[in-house]
Design a protein around this ligand. Structure first.
Ligand code: PEP
Length: 251
């Protein structure tokens, strides 16, 4: 299975920096075609910068997917400020991230809401990247598997398959802190996630499970060597082309 190198730009940058960053990434991938043998590339910019990314990717024929960082839980209608899965699909997105811990934390998103969003993504034939992960105090209390097990149990809609669903395990305490989980923590949790998926999906062995949380070029090789790590969801390091590509080179 190729590694999915997924960049989550979060709420950063401008139209101009989105364009430059995409150009730099596209040029780096074109200069090293061997990267495509091991990796699939995905960029998730802020909604307003999707058109700047697409305006680079399409004319350059760059083998890079683009996607949303979130979507609404329903089709269309009176939802001021929201963007629907239908709109993202219409725009050409292939993936949408849902249930990122920042949305669970700052927007009080529940796993049930995440499942409703993922269901809309699946209805449009796109791939939902469903994020799960425990907080520091939950790990400290030894409850990390309970938390992640509950999130897996409630965030996957009945439409989920290996083709349309990616899981991103992102321990909250490792996001943006420079403190990645250890390869052993990741091995144990990714195996647990695979087992939980077996309870819900027939083709669970083929679901990609990404790790996210302070992934950088210098720790990527060790993380990618861990069993059941099928790629990375990358925040900070995805905002620098050399770091994003450095992570792919580690695969
Ligand atoms: C993220 O935002 O999903 C993330 C993992 O961020 P960072 O790589 O900066 O820790």
């Amino acid at each position: 299975m190729k590694k999915l190198i997924a960049g989550n730009w979060k709420m950063n940058g401008s139209v101009a920096t989105a364009q430059t960053l995409t150009e730099d990434i596209a040029r780096a991938v074109a200069a090293e075609p061997a990267l495509l043998e091991k990796n699939d590339f995905l960029i998730c910019p802020p909604f307003l910068h999707l058109s700047a990314v697409r305006a680079v990717v399409i004319p350059m024929k760059a083998p890079i997917d683009f996607g949303g960082q979130d979507c609404a839980h329903t089709e269309d209608g009176a939802y001021t400020g929201d963007i629907s899965a239908d709109m993202l699909h219409d725009f050409g997105c292939r993936y949408v991230i849902v249930g990122h811990s920042e949305r669970r934390q700052h927007h009080n998103e529940t796993s049930e809401l995440v499942a409703a969003k993922a269901s809309r993504i699946h209805a449009k034939g796109m791939i939902a990247i469903i994020c799960v992960g425990e907080k520091e105090n939950e790990r400290g209390a030894g409850h990390e598997k309970d938390v992640v097990g509950q999130q897996i149990g409630h965030s996957l809609p009945s439409s989920a398959t290996a083709e349309n669903t990616v899981i991103a395990y992102e321990p909250v305490w490792a996001i943006g802190t420079g403190k990645s989980a250890t390869p052993e923590d990741i091995r144990v949790m990714h195996r647990f996630i695979r087992e939980k998926l077996q309870e819900k999906l027939e083709d669970s062995g083929r679901v990609r499970i990404l790790y996210g949380g302070s992934v950088k070029p210098d720790n990527a090789a060790a993380l990618f060597a861990v069993e059941n790590v099928d790629g990375a969801l990358i925040g900070g390091a995805s905002l620098k082309a050399d770091q994003y590509i450095g992570i792919a080179q580690a695969a």
